[in-house]
Design a protein around this ligand. Structure first.
Ligand SMILES: Nc1ncnc2c1ncn2[C@@H]1O[C@H](COP(=O)(O)OP(=O)(O)OP(=O)(O)O)[C@@H](O)[C@H]1O
Ligand SMILES: [Mg+2]
Length: 253
């Protein structure tokens, strides 16, 4: 039995079916499908402008899809009321493209911010200090707790953003281009960190990237988003051996 077979027997934590999204005549998603299995690292690759960020924004509710279904832990999110949705959303962490830290807040305040927004998940009487320190230790940056974002390097910012995502103890993490804009060594460090986090917490991850090295190292399975659909689905080994020119184009260096 292959690794692929093993994974597909696991529970589905997140599923997109027949997702459509257009902006006027610009038909970005034309029936995109995706299944994320418990504990897997699923990489989505697509050219710049192919709709990766649009897809992830529909997933987290920052954008509304034109049609299609989005299920989270087997709940169709379009059918949930706001309160049920908020509870489910607290289980999803989103690492934005770029780091998107609040520039006027210290690292500590950046990490406290999501905790205050999700008091339902943790209760009112949490020890934010302990949680902030633990989250920063997870990314090797406990010493940066009182710095401002402007005092951090690009790699450190990405780590703090990751800590801010982790502090909510998400079951699913969505990464939008986690290594973009970083030098290859720092990118590798971030990938190792993502792997460590996955091992430690057993999270399921959806990783959007056009970094082929990142995809090779981290993916259990991959989906190629081409022409607005899930054009190809498989392991890195399977897809990189394809003779389809559209697929081959992704793996040429
Ligand atoms: N809010 C918006 N209004 C109109 N068009 C949009 C909007 N957001 C995205 N688009 C369009 O949707 C298409 C897909 O954009 P998207 O940001 O998802 O690309 P991407 O695959 O994430 O690219 P990149 O790899 O550069 O991040 C683009 O043509 C873009 O112009
Ligand atoms: Mg994008």
């Amino acid at each position: 039995m292959t690794e692929h077979d093993n994974i597909s027997k696991r529970d589905i934590v997140l599923e997109l079916k027949d997702l459509h999204k257009s902006f006027g005549d610009n038909h970005v998603l034309n029936g995109f499908n995706m299944q994320l299995f418990q504990g897997e690292n699923l990489v989505i690759m697509g050219k710049s402008g192919s709709g990766k960020s649009v897809m992830i924004k529909c997933l987290v509710g920052l954008m509304e899809a034109d049609s299609g279904t989005i299920s989270l832990m087997h709940n169709d999110i379009t059918k949930l009321d706001q309160e049920a949705l908020d509870i489910l959303r607290a289980d999803i962490g989103f690492l934005f493209q770029g780091s998107a830290l609040y520039d006027s807040m210290t690292v500590r305040e950046n990490l406290e911010f999501p905790l205050r927004r999700h008091t339902k998940k943790f209760g009112e009487h949490i020890d934010t200090e302990i949680m902030v320190i633990e989250a920063l230790e997870n990314v090797g940056l406990a010493s940066a707790i009182d710095l401002m974002p402007s005092e951090l390097s690009g790699g450190m910012k990405r780590r703090v953003a990751l800590a801010r995502t982790l502090i909510l103890q998400p079951k699913i993490i969505l990464y939008d281009e986690p290594t973009s804009g970083l030098d290859p060594i720092t990118a590798k460090e971030i990938i190792i960190l993502m792997q460590d986090i996955q091992k430690k917490y057993g999270t399921s991850s959806l990783i959007i990237t056009h970094d082929v090295d990142c995809a090779r190292v981290i993916s259990d399975r991959m989906i190629l988003l081409i022409d607005g659909i899930d054009y190809a689905v498989g392991t890195y080994a399977e897809l990189s051996a394809s003779t389809d020119p559209k697929i081959k184009a992704f793996f040429k260096h």
